[in-house]
Design a protein around this ligand. Structure first.
Ligand SMILES: Nc1ncnc2c1ncn2[C@@H]1O[C@H](COP(=O)(O)OP(=O)(O)O)[C@@H](O)[C@H]1O
Ligand SMILES: Cc1ncc(COP(=O)(O)OP(=O)(O)O)c(N)n1
Length: 478
């Protein structure tokens, strides 16, 4: 049976959160999505601009229009805005009694904008006792539990159990707001805590994760899964959706997740990172397992969150300086081999930039030039070998360095803060000029790949993949 799932929530015209995210999620889990709007929110990935609330009587009319006609298998409650709207929803729930009701007690958006009147917090607390599952994030849990926000998993579990006991309901505790390499969640009752582990993705594309998770839970529960099994499935999907969010390239702030990433993998022309299946798009996709390992490696994680030991960072920078010296030389060789004048100019500018700007950044940290470590030497030997195969293979081998750093910089810079010990490093690789240069390199490589023979393209593919593996080894070396 296809579960018929109703979202009662506010809107997000940029499509990442609220009712728009709910409908995408319900569809992604095979449900039939319906939507009743509580509030019209002028918002995007950067924040909320204004909120318009239609008269409460109109909310009642929308709810009746659906339930007078359609059997509802599950309800997801999102932004309820204020007490008069909550009262209408409560009265409707009493009358219609849908079998599954999930409450995402939306109070404040990630941008810091309020989505619930402070005066309505007590009404939301009362509503918790009337639903089957509540899915607060840590700040919301603190308000519902009447305690300061938890900063550890143990404190959060205590608050969730207190809430579950006080309301006699199930609480989905979400660990997204805690720091660390994992982002665990848990199904919590007064008697038991059942955690579901998950990888933490280094990214800023987390807009609408809470909305999407609660809709997934409502849809899966209506499909017959236990809360615990539903969380296992929802979390696996959500982690993938967060990972693929950046490739959508939506908005300048905290971008949305990719609700349909699992479909794109199987439908080449729908892949989010390429308008058409380009050579670089395929090479990038094929390198996903290696890039996942880069994201997960201790050095990269601790560089991002600033906990890396200064000696390890200094060692890495020294090796990077060794690498950049020869990398600049190889960019100059690419310029010499390029046929088109604009390609010659681009690689030559890259060579100068690699020598001047990046070496200048490194001189601030590196005292003296050490010998190349084995991982550095192996990577450089691979690039020199690529040069011996000619222009096509050389530029394919050079591409992962700029592309991977641009991708990491764009995501890691989200963790920059005033006293971040490696903030300058993060900002260098998130600089729009660096991102533009990586994008131009990619389009040149695509142009060259298109004109190459099939043997040439195969050699380019092998060179690109090998460079990605060398990048991983480079990050794992310190
Ligand atoms: N960077 C991340 N990587 C992986 N999962 C995440 C990340 N950030 C949040 N999540 C997951 O997204 C869901 C929503 O989490 P959270 O951020 O705590 O709530 P909200 O979006 O309501 O503020 C949870 O399942 C959480 O574990
Ligand atoms: C209309 C609307 N409802 C809820 C939210 C909050 O979304 P959430 O999933 O908690 O995550 P962020 O968007 O805050 O990252 C919203 N923004 N708009």
């Amino acid at each position: 049976m296809t579960p018929r799932v109703l979202s009662i929530a506010g809107t997000d015209p940029s499509g990442g959160a609220g009712i728009q995210a709910d409908l995408k999620t319900i569809g992604a889990f095979g449900g039939y999505g319906m939507a009743v709007v509580t509030a019209l929110v002028a918002q995007n990935t950067e924040g909320v601009r204004s909120v318009h609330v239609p008269p409460p009587a109109f909310l009642a009319e929308q709810l009746d229009a659906v339930s007078d006609d359609v059997v509802i298998d599950a309800v997801k409650l999102g932004m309820l805005h204020s007490t008069p709207l909550i009262d209408i929803v409560v009265a409707w729930l009493e009358r219609v009694r849908p079998p599954v009701v999930v409450l995402d007690p939306v109070m404040v958006a990630t941008s810091g904008d309020r989505l619930l009147d402070a005066a309505a917090e007590a009404a939301i607390r009362r509503l918790c006792a009337r639903v089957d599952l509540v899915t607060p994030n840590l700040p919301e849990l603190a308000v519902l539990a009447g305690q300061p926000e938890a900063t550890t998993w143990a404190a959060a579990v205590d608050q969730a159990q207190a809430l579950a006991a006080a309301t006699d309901t199930v609480v989905l505790l979400k660990g997204g707001h805690l720091a660390g390499a994992t982002s665990a969640d848990a199904v919590v009752t007064a008697e038991a805590v059942r955690p579901v582990e998950g990888r933490r993705v280094i990214t800023t594309t987390t807009h609408g994760t809470g909305c999407s998770l609660s809709s997934a839970m409502a849809t899966l529960r209506a499909s017959g899964f236990s809360w615990f099994d539903a969380l296992g499935h929802a979390k696996e999907w959500l982690t993938g959706a967060i990972e693929h969010g950046a490739a959508l390239e939506v908005g300048r702030g905290n971008g949305p997740i990719d609700h349909f990433h699992h479909l794109r993998e199987h439908v080449p022309h729908l892949r989010a990172d390429v308008g058409s299946p380009t050579w670089t798009g395929r090479a990038w996709d094929d390198s996903a397992p290696v890039r996942d390992r880069v994201d997960a490696c201790e050095f990269v994680r601790r560089l991002g969150d600033g906990t890396l030991e200064p000696e390890r960072f200094a060692w890495y920078l020294a090796q990077d300086a060794v690498y950049l010296g020869e990398y600049a030389e190889l960019l100059a060789r690419a310029a010499a081999l390029a046929g088109a004048p604009e390609e010659q100019a681009f690689w030559a500018r890259g060579s100068v930039a690699a020598q001047e700007e990046e070496m200048r950044l490194h001189r601030a940290w590196v005292a003296g030039m050490p010998a190349a470590a084995p991982a550095t030497r192996a990577y450089l030997d691979h690039l020199h070998a690529a040069h011996r195969h000619g222009y096509e293979v050389l530029i394919a081998a050079l591409l992962p360095c700029s592309w991977l750093y641009a991708d990491l910089g764009r995501r890691l810079v989200a963790q920059d803060r005033p006293a971040h010990p490696y903030g300058a490093w993060l900002r260098t690789y998130a600089d729009p000029a660096f991102l533009d240069a990586a994008e131009t390199a990619r389009s040149i490589v695509d142009r060259v790949a298109e004109a190459a023979s099939s043997d040439g393209r195969n050699a380019m593919t092998a060179a690109f993949a090998a460079s990605m593996r060398h990048e991983l080894a480079f990050f794992e070396a310190p």
